[in-house]
Design a binder for this molecule. Structure first.
Ligand code: ATP
Ligand code: MG
Length: 657
């Protein structure tokens, strides 16, 4: 970061943050890495040929495809035209056939301490039984099944059972209310719901089945059957003729299920975006391209060695990260992985690190929000656990602040593990922008480069590529295998949301810039960009500057209407554990931002708060903070993890006035 005297006001705008630190991979890591820099050249020389090769090498097709891409009706893509496959066969049976049936697929850690390990042979049998059970309820190709489960193996089993039958699943995050479940059931026209009595969360059982009952009582749903997994053993009401216990229906089924192949474009799932910027969108993904690109990401971005790695993605299966990097990506590659049911601080704040030590986790994939929380709790907690098995760390969900990246590398990765910051979206289906570990140096806070075979750019308002160190819009300029095939049931909204802002380019909705090395930095949501006295300021950069102060654990920045400057920078800040606010804290933080970025970026107001509003997938909902900063009624907060947070913030801001 540059000191203030290096900055003129003009440059303070577009090139606020300068990152001089880079980290070469160790020679040992580089020597064993799956990815090499040649991949970029190969993909550039023949992009479709490159993806065709990945598709044939990484995935088993029952019928080979005839064309790699049909883009004759943009933005509706067809990948691997004419190819036929079964996604569940690719994730299960083929590993057993290859002699790896005894390899553990899932090490499950229940929150209360119960454990269960399933080998690929066992998981194949479980999924086959579940597929037979769903088929006995009439589920087949073309149907939709809603899945509303805690983080237990049955979640993955249910998803794979649907895939095996060619039915699409719609997973609804277990923390959502009956209203959210109801609207998603209607939207997807689901015939069957798979749920559980409940799951464990923060040390106690948390029920799920009553929310299903409430959702279905609202009426007008096409749901015929509800399958209920027994997890907590708490009492539930079972409706005669509609509700069935999983154990009764699934256990009696044969452990063999003869799979059929489906078209590469057969729908695999519908999944809603996190709802950070507005009403969630029901994103449709199909089979072949989605699986190919995720298998490729496992092999290259996560450098997966299926025989020796233990992979752990801490996301919930209810989010796209859980779909792609708990279920389909790792399992397509035959990985061994961890599935953890609960929260990171139950029963103690070292739970994650304890699980890493217990299972010898090699590859750990988590979110900036979780890392900033761990930073807030203190370095001594991870230090109590043996993390020496780790060899690679990943981040996803929000821009990772350089200081959080450094902490991750140093405290969790012992300065040894490469950190890969992976940018992607529910819509993109798989990683899009990320470094290839072993093939290049990594840089704190930057996602760096589009992956081989992916073509992106940063453009200005008129769609022209921007210069280096100039803020612009991230766009994807060529179709990619795992791209969304639409918003379920709403082709017009699909076109309007992503394809109308710029011609022939996918508009991601994120602000970005290239740095002097051509590496990509994310600057926050386009919806959140601030305009202060004619300067367009990035929320992310000011937040990163605040987080780089030793007193700050987390920060959220918004632009609030202001009479003099158009918009004023307003920051909401959580202090690190053990640090008390004093008279001078706010002034000190303002000065710190001025030094790190420039005077223009100094927040006009800083509110010290105890908590920030986050979606259930852990993203800061800045639009709600903007409502508070502009003294408006707080907007739609249905995807908020903890509804009381906004009341507390509104009250504390009102008290300051
Ligand atoms: P909605 O679209 O409903 O507002 P959402 O965009 O939060 O919700 P997701 O698909 O879960 O829904 O999140 C994708 C977004 O998350 C990206 O557009 C980007 O803003 C952010 N994101 C994800 N990974 C990264 C990353 N590594 N760096 C920066 N931003 C990231
Ligand atoms: Mg989005």
């Amino acid at each position: 970061m540059k000191p203030e005297d290096d900055m003129s006001d003009e440059t303070a705008m577009e090139s606020l943050h300068h990152e001089g630190r880079t980290f070469d991979p160790s020679p040992e890591f580089a020597a064993q890495a799956n990815a090499s820099a040649d991949l970029y050249a190969a993909a550039q020389a023949d992009r479709l040929g490159f993806w065709a090769k990945q598709a044939r090498e990484l995935i088993s097709w029952e019928t080979d495809f005839t064309d790699t891409l049909d883009w004759s009706d943009p933005p509706f893509a067809k990948w691997f035209v004419g190819g036929r496959l079964n996604v569940a066969y690719n994730c299960l049976d083929r590993h057993v056939e290859a002699g790896n049936g005894d390899r553990v697929a899932i090490h499950f850690e229940g929150e209360p301490g119960d454990t269960r390990s399933l080998t690929y042979a066992e998981l194949t049998a479980e999924v086959s039984r579940a597929a037979n059970a769903l088929a006995s309820l009439g589920v087949g190709q073309g149907d939709r099944v809603a899945i509303y489960l805690p983080m237990i193996p049955e979640a993955a089993i249910s998803m794979l059972a649907c895939a095996r039958l060619g039915a699409a699943h719609s997973v609804v995050f277990g923390g959502f209310s009956s209203d959210a479940l109801h609207s998603r059931i209607i939207d997807a026209e689901a015939r069957v719901v798979i749920t559980a009595d409940g799951g464990y969360r923060r040390g106690k059982p948390s029920s799920l089945k009553p929310a299903v009952d409430d959702a279905l009582a609202k009426g007008d749903t096409p749901v015929e059957k509800v399958l209920v997994v027994k997890r907590t053993g708490e009492d539930v009401d079972m409706v005669d003729g509609r509700d069935l216990w999983w154990d009764d229906v699934v256990a009696e089924q044969p452990a063999e299920h003869r799979w059929e192949s489906f078209d590469a474009e057969n729908p695999l799932f519908i999944l809603y975006t996190s709802g950070t910027t507005g009403k969630p969108k029901g994103i449709l993904h199909t089979s072949g391209g989605y699986l190919v690109q995720n298998a490729f990401a496992m092999q290259t971005v996560f450098d997966l060695k299926p025989e020796s790695d233990v992979f752990w993605c801490t996301a919930d299966v209810g989010w796209v990260t859980g779909h792609s990097y708990i279920v389909y990506g790792p399992m397509a590659m035959g990985a061994t992985q961890i599935m953890y049911e609960g929260t990171p601080d139950t029963p103690h704040r070292g739970r994650w690190w304890e699980i890493i030590a217990k299972h010898g986790v090699t590859t750990f994939y988590s979110s900036p929000t979780a890392l900033r929380t761990a930073m807030k709790w203190g370095d001594d907690i991870p230090a109590e656990h043996d993390l020496s098995s780790l060899r690679l760390l990943g981040s996803v969900g929000e821009p990772i602040n350089p200081e959080a990246w450094m902490w991750y590398r140093r405290v969790i990765g012992a300065d040894r593990c490469p950190v890969v910051d992976t940018w992607w979206q529910t819509e993109t289906g798989a990683h899009m922008i990320a470094p290839l570990p072993g093939a290049m140096a990594t840089k704190p806070g930057s996602s760096q480069r589009a992956l081989p075979g992916i073509v992106v750019d940063v453009v200005d308002d008129s769609g022209k590529p921007v210069d280096r160190n100039t803020a612009g819009y991230l766009v994807i300029t060529e179709p990619w295998p795992a791209m969304l095939r639409g918003i379920y049931g709403d082709p017009q909204r699909f076109k309007d949301t992503y394809w109308s802002r710029f011609e022939n380019m996918y508009f991601a909705g994120d602000g970005a810039r290239y740095d002097e090395d051509g590496d990509i930095w994310f600057l926050g949501r386009v919806d959140d960009v601030m305009n202060v006295s004619g300067h367009r300021l990035s929320t992310t950069e000011i937040e990163s500057a605040l987080v780089s102060h030793e007193a700050v654990a987390e920060a959220a920045v918004v632009g609030a209407e202001d009479e003099t400057s158009g918009q004023a920078v307003v920051a909401f800040v959580i202090l690190r554990g053990g640090i008390e606010e004093t008279e001078g804290t706010v002034e000190e933080l303002r000065a710190h931002v001025g030094r790190e970025i420039g005077p223009i970026a100094k927040p006009k107001r800083i509110h010290i708060v105890a908590d920030l509003p986050k979606t259930r997938s852990g993203k800061i909902m800045r639009r709600l903070l903007k409502d508070v900063a502009e003294h408006r009624k707080v907007g739609d907060a249905t995807t908020l993890a903890d509804a009381s947070v906004m009341d507390v913030i509104s009250a504390s801001v009102a008290a300051e006035k």
